[in-house]
Write a protein that binds this ligand. Structure first.
Ligand SMILES: Nc1ncnc2c1ncn2[C@@H]1O[C@H](COP(=O)(O)OP(=O)(O)OP(=O)(O)O)[C@@H](O)[C@H]1O
Length: 257
């Protein structure tokens, strides 16, 4: 299933946030969206997920949802968005409560999502008993439970320390390996973008326009190898050179208030 951003523009009152943004995340493909602070990345993701109506243009899905998909699009948030009074298993079960009536069938789906995220031994734990990395794994398991065609991820690793981020990136590489699920991945972190994405959409400063779409010419498995580091770093530098001047301008503006 493809997700298409078709000439999306958005304004909040007098504030122009997105200007004519178009790209397609093809079935099974990971598209990262990067750009200077405040250029409209999160707004774009909300529009793609149907949480926000764009001022003009449209976000649309094309193709057939995977078998047993309860929701073709689902979000993974930076702050995990877990229910603190529910156990790990109950958090993962939550989006299924209305969709799968049979309790045994529901449990099977929860068990599968927990096992794919390495959480089977933590099903009875509460979020506050878990580390940040494990909490985000619960967020990911809950997203997987609805068998989405496309994950919409808004800075999913930015609340985590660098070692945990590294481990979660490896988890993502595993989960995305069979290309049955695609993703749109919003991030400030260019290292994450070059490790995880097939293509990177670089937005300009606000109002965000597509400046460039940069393909990453390596499989995700290849990128985990030691000798790939230099190439990834070069790609990261290329992206940074696209963003740098505008990022400095945005920072100066924020300082001036
Ligand atoms: N609901 C809203 N009402 C009014 N303005 C908003 C609203 N949501 C976001 N904005 C403004 O729109 C602009 C884009 O915000 P958005 O969060 O989409 O950018 P971003 O690129 O994700 O930012 P960051 O890189 O800092 O996370 C910002 O100036 C923000 O203050």
């Amino acid at each position: 299933m493809d997700l298409i951003a078709d000439h999306i523009s958005h304004r909040f009152g007098a504030l122009d946030v997105l200007d004519d943004v178009s790209f397609t995340a093809r079935a099974g493909e990971v598209v990262a969206v990067v750009g200077p602070s405040g250029c409209g990345k999160s707004t774009l993701l909300s529009i793609l997920g149907g949480l926000l109506e764009p001022s003009s243009g449209v976000a649309k899905l094309r193709g057939v949802a995977p078998p047993e998909s309860l929701n073709p699009l689902t979000f993974v948030f930076q702050d995990f968005a877990l229910l603190p009074w529910c156990t790990v298993a109950e958090n993962v079960e939550f989006p299924l409560l209305n969709a799968i009536v049979d309790a045994a069938a529901r449990r099977a789906v929860v068990d599968d999502a927990l096992s794919r995220t390495g959480l089977s031994d933590f099903r009875k734990a509460y979020p506050k008993q878990l580390s940040g990395g494990m909490r985000q794994r619960v967020g990911i398991a809950r997203a997987l439970a609805v068998r989405p065609a496309i994950l919409l991820m808004d800075e999913p690793l930015s609340a985590l320390d660098s070692q945990t981020r590294e481990l979660l990136m490896e988890d993502f590489v595993r989960l995305l390996a069979d290309a049955t699920m695609g993703a749109v991945y919003v991030t400030h972190n260019l290292e994450e973008a070059v490790r995880l994405a097939d293509r990177i959409v670089v937005l300009s400063r606000r109002p965000g326009r597509v400046r460039e779409v940069v393909p990453i010419p390596m499989t995700r498995a290849e990128r985990g190898e030691l000798h790939a580091r230099e190439k990834l770093l070069a790609l990261q530098n290329e992206l940074w050179s696209l963003i740098r001047t505008e990022a400095i301008d945005v920072e100066r503006e924020v300082q001036r208030g």
